[in-house]
Design a protein around this ligand. Structure first.
Ligand code: ZN
Length: 55
């Protein structure tokens, strides 16, 4: 079921895809985070993909 409202789709994609993932425990962190919120590990990978963006 496609999302027809482009504004809602943008918000949903930002919430799902723009985040940082901890290498150690795999939990999600804020995009601006420099350390993991759970284990304080500074090694975070960015999860910022553009899936489903079609024009
Ligand atoms: Zn962690």
């Amino acid at each position: 079921m496609p999302i027809t409202d482009p504004e809602k789709k943008r918000i949903a994609q930002a919430a799902r895809l723009v985040m940082r993932i901890c290498f150690n425990c795999g939990c999600r962190n804020d995009i601006n985070a420099t350390r993991c919120r759970k284990c304080r590990n500074p090694y975070l990978r960015i999860k910022n993909r553009n899936l489903g963006v079609k024009k």
